[in-house]
Design a binder for this molecule. Structure first.
Ligand SMILES: [Zn+2]
Length: 418
């Protein structure tokens, strides 16, 4: 849910010139270029700019000339601004936008692979009077492409990077103990679209946002999740209470010390965001700890590449067993640090409590694994990496579970998932 619907919503909203203000009160000393929120690092500035630019690029594109490069089987489009783009014939035919090839109401491809000639040539290409790109295929089927649509899908490295950012908002703000957690009013998020967008953008970029002013009663997290999507049901139910229980089926239900962790590595696909809504503050303790997993993995890669390599390559078992909303017995296998095909860290899977005693590694990799984990967890625990804060009744912490490590030291709160 998160990646697609949020990003598409956010970029549409950005194209309506909404600017992220959510982080403004949380600045550290630094530069503040123009209208951008003054607390963001250059990493985040780049991200926001690229999103806005991507939307701007898509408007008012004018095609000056098209021609087919038959030998290369490419369509060349020259833009009035001087640039040019190349589009493979096969891709163009595959993505014909006509009502026969695309279900308009769903914007879904109807053309079947069995009907796609991946070696197709073209008959004629031209720019239409209304500045669209027309391609007539050898069977006389005609495709007409909107120039904005085409430009956004240009195959150049820069255009693909821009589109990737627009769709997935990948740039991150990395933080340590001096983070001032972005804070937004709960009711504004519920009733004001711009506040909601600010909230979502901050959540995406920073990984954690506090909402203040929610009623200190059950049901608020449901209102919040319904504002943007729907709850994800887990074996703990739609929502669950973090409180001490006899025969606890989770360490979170005891008073024992919890080290920071990502939630639910025992699931193959953990929920992307969790809401922690404080109903009443503990008499003593009750602090929450947060660690930016991406920030720590950057440090790990820099300071101990061997440990980083071990944790990105060794696959570790996680398990969780109990009875709650339903009986459950979960097993999963993950790298503790997951990377994408470009080597960028995209997820942390770490929960010491549910790390399985089944260690499915060859003997010679066991000690290197423990060494790497020890280095990683020691790094998480460095004071400069830990944000410590105390929730007040009515406060709701929104946390991205795929890279923010979190723990409540002593707890009386309600927790839920989307
Ligand atoms: Zn078609």
């Amino acid at each position: 849910m998160w990646m697609s619907t949020f990003a598409r919503f956010a970029t549409r909203a950005l194209s309506r010139a909404m600017a992220c203000q959510a982080l403004r009160p949380h600045c550290r000393p630094g530069k503040n270029p123009g209208h951008l929120p003054s607390c963001l690092t250059s990493v985040q500035h780049r991200g926001l700019q690229s999103v806005v630019l991507a939307s701007q690029h898509a408007s008012h594109q004018v095609v000056s000339h098209v021609r087919s490069l038959d030998e290369e089987r490419l369509l060349e489009v020259e833009w009035e601004d001087g640039g040019q783009s190349l589009y493979p014939f096969t891709w163009l035919r595959d993505n014909c936008q006509c009502p026969l090839c695309t279900l308009q109401s769903a914007q879904a491809r109807e053309l079947l692979m069995c009907d796609l000639d991946i070696h197709t040539g073209v008959d004629t290409v031209k720019v239409t009077n209304d500045n669209k790109v027309s391609v007539v295929w050898p069977d006389q089927h005609t495709s007409v492409f909107d120039p904005e649509w085409l430009k956004k899908r240009c195959f150049s490295s820069a255009a693909r990077q821009s589109m990737r950012e627009e769709l997935f908002l990948n740039d991150r703000y990395y933080w340590g103990s001096n983070l001032n957690i972005p804070t937004i009013d709960f009711h504004k998020v519920l009733h004001d679209d711009k506040a909601m967008l600010d909230w979502l953008l901050a959540l995406r970029r920073v990984g954690v946002v506090c909402l203040k002013g929610a009623p200190a009663e059950l049901g608020q997290v449901a209102r919040l999740s319904e504002r943007i999507g729907y709850h994800r049901l887990t074996f703990y139910g739609h929502t669950w209470q973090v409180q001490d229980k006899d025969m606890a089926n989770n360490l979170a239900y005891t008073s024992k010390k919890l080290s920071v962790h990502t939630d639910y590595p025992a699931l193959m696909f953990p929920p992307g965001v969790q809401f922690v809504h404080c109903l009443c503050a503990a008499m003593e303790g009750g602090e929450s700890q947060l660690v930016d997993g991406f920030h720590v993995t950057q440090q790990l890669q820099r300071e101990d590449p061997e440990a980083f390599q071990a944790l990105t390559s060794l696959v570790i078992n996680f398990t969780d067993t109990g009875s709650d909303y339903c009986d459950f017995h979960l097993n999963s296998r993950h790298n503790i640090i997951s990377t994408d095909n470009e080597g960028q860290v995209n997820r942390i899977n770490w929960n010491n409590a549910t790390r399985d005693s089944v260690l499915d590694l060859p003997l010679h990799q066991v000690q290197p694994f423990y060494r790497a984990v020890k280095v990683f967890t020691d790094m998480m625990d460095r004071p400069e990496n830990v944000v410590l804060y105390r929730m007040e009744p009515g406060q709701c912490s929104c946390i991205r579970t795929l890279h923010i490590l979190y723990a409540i030291i002593k707890k009386e709160s309600c927790k839920t998932w989307i």
